[in-house]
Design a protein around this ligand. Structure first.
Ligand code: PHE
Length: 488
């Protein structure tokens, strides 16, 4: 009915000036008219302009007086011609109404407040307060003095009234056409589709939330990282072994056996099986030798290298353990250049805090080829980080037991407006590569970074425990957006 009223009126009139008056004149609830206007506006049947007005509405107390009458009139009606005692009157009216009523009636000079009795001074009174309240309830205006008085008695409060002025819209029609959402077998067969209008696609609609599995942000960033490596022609290394021997994790990397990282305070060692079964014996001998007395123009460390230390099983502390296995395998065949990457989990015996967990993920890339130099490393790092959207890089000399030279990588973060550390890199030492059997002119450039750090930056997470582990909010995993790195 409300819709017919609006569309019908506009057929012969230019404008509904005020939806409030329009509704009142037709005895239609204003809310109903407003809903119809909004819906018609959505389909452009009408154009609507907002109107706002300050109005007054009755408080609960005000509302109650529209039926019971004002307290002062209730009081007048309760006083018999001969007058009544205070106590009795209070009993009739109730204490709260009695109090208000006495004050108002006395102010109006309607009653005589005697010592014994309260009696009427006038016989007939009009309930102006009730009348005013009724007028307001019906949306009629009243004088400003009356408003002030009712407001002071907390019988009315201001409220912003919202309505519309309405004109024909570009799709105006006196009757709303049925819009179909689907072309179906039925409406094709009946021919209904010919005269029907179809609902336009709403490309900004959110869509149904999907029930089912969702990818964790780390997995999203991981697959993007993987994509970058694949674009750059890198092959993925097999990282499916969390358990590694100290040999591949440390010794093969020319990390001395007294190195603090090899302490149980930093590394998780396995109780069962506590040692590895197999290592390539001739290579083990060459590693022992390079540690003890050097070779290939190196002096070595000059200590007594112990096989038992190398045999100890541990949870790998970096994915460079996998790189060392892969490079060793590569050295067993006639040399061909390789570009390798891996993204997988590593473990360190760390105190857990906002930014550290005892397990995290490393991203590692390496290029193995003849005659590589630091320049090539910087070039490949610039390439890689450009794919991540970082074009401004700075390098800082650093130290790793297995690389020389080594560089920390800093990238300019456009959001943070400063350089942040984004990774570690270097050229693997001859002491690592030569015992493997790689030709003398072959170098390996490599770099590593954590997967968590870019993920936290990208998803605005500042506590690692909100990203990984048992405290992670499942809603975060269900709702987080797709990851799009600055891929070129
Ligand atoms: N393995 C190093 C780390 O755990 C990263 C790295 C990889 C450094 C390759 C240099 C070369 O931090």
């Amino acid at each position: 009915m409300a819709e017919e009223a609006v569309l019908g009126y506009l057929e012969t009139n230019d404008e509904i000036i005020d939806s409030g008056e329009f509704a009142a004149q037709r005895g239609i609830d204003h809310n109903e008219i407003v809903n119809v206007i909004k819906s018609l506006h959505g389909f452009r049947y009408v154009d609507a302009q907002d109107i706002k007005r300050e109005t007054w509405v009755l408080t609960d107390e005000g509302n109650s007086y529209t039926t019971l009458g004002s307290p002062e009139v209730q009081l007048m009606l309760a006083i018999p011609p001969e007058g009544i005692s205070r106590d009795e009157l209070q009993k009739k009216l109730g204490p709260s109404v009695f109090k208000i009523a006495c004050a108002q009636a006395a102010k109006n000079k309607w009653v005589e407040m005697g010592k014994q009795l309260i009696s009427k001074k006038v016989q007939h009174v009009e309930d102006r307060v009730k009348d005013l309240l009724l007028q307001i309830q019906q949306g009629q205006g009243i004088g400003s003095d009356d408003i002030k008085a009712l407001k002071a008695r907390k019988l009315i409060v201001p409220q912003t009234w919202k309505g519309y002025s309405v004109k024909k819209g570009p799709n105006y029609a006196p009757k709303r056409k049925k819009v179909l959402t689907d072309l179906t077998r039925e409406n094709l067969q009946s021919g209904e589709y010919k005269d029907s209008e179809f609902k336009e696609y709403n490309f900004s609609a959110k869509g149904q939330p999907l029930e089912g599995g969702s990818l964790h942000p780390l997995l999203k960033v991981r697959s993007q990282m993987k994509q970058i490596f694949l674009c750059m022609g890198f092959e993925e290394m097999p990282t499916n072994n969390y358990v590694e021997s100290s040999f591949w994790n440390f010794d093969a990397l020319f990390q001395p056996q007294q190195h603090p990282a090899r302490d149980s305070h930093d590394t998780f060692f396995l109780e069962t099986p506590s040692t590895t079964k197999e290592l390539p014996e001739d290579y083990v001998q060459r590693v022992k030798q390079i540690h003890e007395s050097g070779g290939y123009e190196s002096r070595g460390y000059g200590y007594d290298w112990k096989r038992e230390e190398a045999n100890k099983n541990l949870l790998r502390t970096h994915t460079t353990a996998v790189s060392s296995r892969m490079l060793y395998q590569l050295a067993q065949k006639p040399f061909s250049p390789k570009k390798y990457f891996s993204i997988d989990r590593v473990f360190r015996n760390e105190a857990v805090d906002r930014t550290h967990l005892a397990e995290f993920h490393q991203i590692e890339g390496l290029v193995c080829d003849r005659n590589l130099s630091l320049k090539d490393l910087m070039k490949v790092l610039r390439d890689f980080f450009k794919h991540l959207g970082m074009t401004k890089l700075k390098f800082k000399p650093a130290f790793n037991p297995y690389t020389e030279p080594s560089m920390e990588i800093f990238g300019y973060h456009e959001g943070f407006k400063k350089y942040v550390e984004v990774g570690n890199s270097g050229m693997f030492r001859p002491e690592m590569l030569r015992p493997m059997g790689l030709p003398e002119d072959v170098q390996v450039i490599a770099w590593g970074l954590s997967l968590e750090r870019p993920t936290m930056i990208m998803y605005g997470i500042d506590n690692i425990r909100d990203l990984f582990g048992h405290k992670v909010d499942l809603a975060l995993i269900k709702k987080n957006p797709i990851c799009r790195l600055g891929i070129e």
